[in-house]
Design a protein around this ligand. Structure first.
Ligand SMILES: [Zn+2]
Length: 341
């Protein structure tokens, strides 16, 4: 048991779908099973839709989750983020960047620079060049990274090394970048366990490196498998009735959704029972392939009729989804390191 803190941090861009709810259940199970507090943070710097936050909180409660303390919103925390950028700037660890997206794409990459890294165009401009470019367009602020790669340890993935480049801390429209806000918030809220979808694994090395620069403790990471549609792509609202409201309208109540999601994790059907049975090492490591139509067809919480898990194909020309689900997301962004045994 520990006195730490876990969290779930949705973007209020619309309703949560069953994939988001499954990740939220996992974050709650990881935190509560280790005696941690569990916080909710609304990541509304970007893509916020009016009313979405209320619906998301209602849905999280409806699947059986509870949380501690007040829900925090990123738009109310700008002073914290600016303080962190100020500290990095005072330490010589930031610079202004005037590049357009197109200029970055077309710039020749620096020798030995990993693919996808910022090419460093604005890193060493003279004062005169900066003044000239500043007059042309507003500047973004980038981190002056001292490394090109960083390694994190993940409960489910082991050691994972990924790209660290001079990533953006504040965009040129003035909005603080996700990577900076997440690191500052996790540090300020005492978060020592980050459980989220494994599409975010490639961001973890950047965030862990930045946490170190800011003198913050690097949290324990657990990047959990996503829910995929039958075509092997990340589940989305266009895939059918995949929100609690949509399922309720089709006669599937929230308790049954909870039971189905927990069943897909090999856990019994209520959050209390699941908490007692929860073990990270026993979790499925493959994406969960869900056909939304089968949710509606299901007469009850029978796993067989709607869970399709594991390899989809044995044809080598058609790589199976369960094996490629995360790799497709991570390709070019990171490299797996086998845990030393
Ligand atoms: Zn630039």
């Amino acid at each position: 048991m520990t006195s730490g803190v876990g969290r779930f941090a949705p973007s209020p861009s619309g309703e949560l779908h069953v994939g988001n709810l499954r990740t939220a259940l996992l974050a709650w199970l990881f935190a509560r099973s280790t005696g941690r507090r569990f916080l909710l943070r609304v990541e509304d710097l970007d893509r916020a839709r009016a009313g979405a936050e209320e619906v998301q909180l209602r849905d999280l409660a409806a699947v059986g989750l509870d949380w501690d303390g007040k829900v925090v919103r990123q738009t109310e925390r700008t002073a914290l983020y600016e303080e962190a950028i100020g500290r990095l700037t005072a330490a010589g660890l930031t610079y202004e960047c005037y590049c357009t997206r197109r200029e970055i794409q077309e710039a020749p990459s620096a020798p030995h620079a990993p693919q996808g890294a910022y090419p460093g165009t604005c890193r060493d401009l003279t004062a005169a060049e900066r003044a000239r470019r500043r007059a042309e367009r507003p500047a973004a602020v980038r981190l002056r990274a001292g490394v090109t790669e960083w390694t994190v340890t993940d409960v489910l993935h082991g050691r994972y090394a990924g790209l660290v480049d001079d990533f953006v801390l504040r965009r040129n429209d003035g909005v603080v970048a996700y990577n900076l806000a997440v690191v500052v918030d996790d540090a300020a809220q005492g978060i020592d366990q980050v459980v989220r979808g494994d599409d975010l694994l490639p961001s973890a090395p950047r965030q862990a490196y930045l946490a170190g620069l800011l003198g913050a403790r690097v949290p324990e990471y657990a990047h959990v498998p996503l829910v995929l549609n039958p075509a092997g792509r990340r589940l989305a609202k266009r895939d059918g009735a995949v929100t609690l409201a949509g399922l309720a309208a089709a006669g599937v109540p929230a308790e049954r959704v909870t039971a189905l999601l927990l069943g897909s994790l090999g856990l019994p059907g209520s959050v209390r029972e699941a908490l007692a049975a929860f073990s990270p090492q026993a979790l499925p490591r493959e994406p969960w392939v869900l056909d939304p139509d089968s949710l509606l067809a299901s007469p009850g919480p029978s796993r067989k009729c709607w869970v399709e898990q594991g390899p989809m194909s044995s044809d080598p020309a058609q790589p199976n989804i369960s094996r490629t689900g995360c790799r497709a997301e991570c390709r070019g962004a990171g490299r797996r390191i086998r845990p030393a045994s």
